[in-house]
Design a protein around this ligand. Structure first.
Ligand code: C2E
Ligand code: CA
Ligand code: CA
Ligand code: CA
Length: 280
């Protein structure tokens, strides 16, 4: 029994070693990915429920690894957060998105502000230089803050509340709109929610998924929409895949929807083609 235990231990050890090695390799690759231009921003349309019109996009990062192929952000973003690599990567995303919005504005001479929403990670947000970096990017691209939306998660709202309200207010002064992503899945500080100058609650896909055949999901979704409206915020539902889900969300008064029913995230080129159809 003892020998068996030992060999089990050894196998486990080897696996852990291989895993640690793979992790380390990915970390290294990630560090070089920026310089090698392996990241790309994809855009998923956000649609107004009442008008059925496109209101903006959510920007989602994609990594085309030279040998491993496509690596999901669900895999490398947590790693980037752990190692701090998310700070330069996040800056690159913001710059890239602002440049793209500017290009769209020039191409279509928008008379209304089309908004693009960018996911922020906690590390980026805690960076004391964050506001300065935002200002630099806006200045360099000549973009108004009004075209930019930032997505925060509930866990980011757990920190030093006073300090946080200060930063959020500074973003709002620049016209930047704010949403709370994956709402309902984290430990939200409901008692503070009304003090945060945010504009949208994004209903997590896990709740939207159950709409149609699960009364629990319907009740939760209904409550989040009601909470949003009571706080004078608008609601955005993510992961909408079926017409039934869309119909229920419309009935609940959810203002915006996004999901595969309309479009998956697509490269800027494809999003541009879409805009061309809308505006030309
Ligand atoms: P998230 O912010 O909650 O993004 C929504 C995710 O749902 C995206 O996955 C999107 O492609 C996917 N999605 C959209 N519509 C549907 C649908 O109808 N059905 C299903 N099943 N999925 C849908 P993605 O792009 O793989 O991103 C995963 C997560 O990685 C994001 O979750 C976000 O937390 C993180 N992430 C992605 N891009 C960035 C980024 O640029 N910066 C940061 N900090 N995090 C990012
Ligand atoms: Ca998001
Ligand atoms: Ca989300
Ligand atoms: Ca999510």
């Amino acid at each position: 029994a003892k020998a068996k235990g030992k060999s089990c231990y050894e196998v486990f050890d080897k696996e852990m070693y291989a895993q640690a090695l793979a992790q380390l390799q990915l970390e290294n690759d990630m560090r070089q990915a920026l310089e090698r231009n392996e990241f790309q921003v994809y855009y998923q349309p956000i649609v107004s429920t009442q008008m059925g019109k496109i209101a903006g996009f959510e920007a989602l990062i994609r990594w085309q690894h030279p040998t491993r192929g496509f690596v999901s952000p669900a895999e490398f973003i947590p790693l980037a957060e752990e190692t701090g690599a998310i700070v330069p990567i996040g800056e690159w995303i913001l710059g890239s998105v602002c440049q793209q919005i500017k290009r769209w504005q020039e191409q279509f001479s928008f008379t209304f502000p089309l908004k693009v929403s960018v996911n922020l990670s906690a590390k980026q947000f805690r960076d004391t230089d964050f506001l300065r970096k935002i200002d630099k990017i806006l200045m360099q691209t000549g973009l108004e803050g009004g075209n930019l939306q930032l997505e925060l998660t509930e866990s980011m709202l757990m920190d030093d509340v006073e300090n946080l309200i200060g930063i959020l207010s500074q973003l709002r002064v620049r016209g930047i709109q704010l949403s709370i992503d994956d709402f309902g899945t984290g430990y939200s500080s409901l008692s503070y929610l009304h003090r945060f100058p945010v504009n949208y609650l994004k209903i997590d896909r896990s709740f939207v998924k159950g709409l149609g055949d699960n009364t629990e999901s319907l009740k939760i979704t209904e409550s989040i929409v009601a909470l949003a409206h009571n706080l004078k915020l608008a609601a955005i539902a993510e992961g909408v895949e079926t017409k039934e889900q869309l119909m229920q969300l419309r009935q609940l008064g959810c203002e915006y929807v996004q999901g595969y029913l309309f479009s998956p995230p697509v490269p800027a080129k494809a999003a541009t083609k879409w805009l061309a159809k809308l505006f030309d």
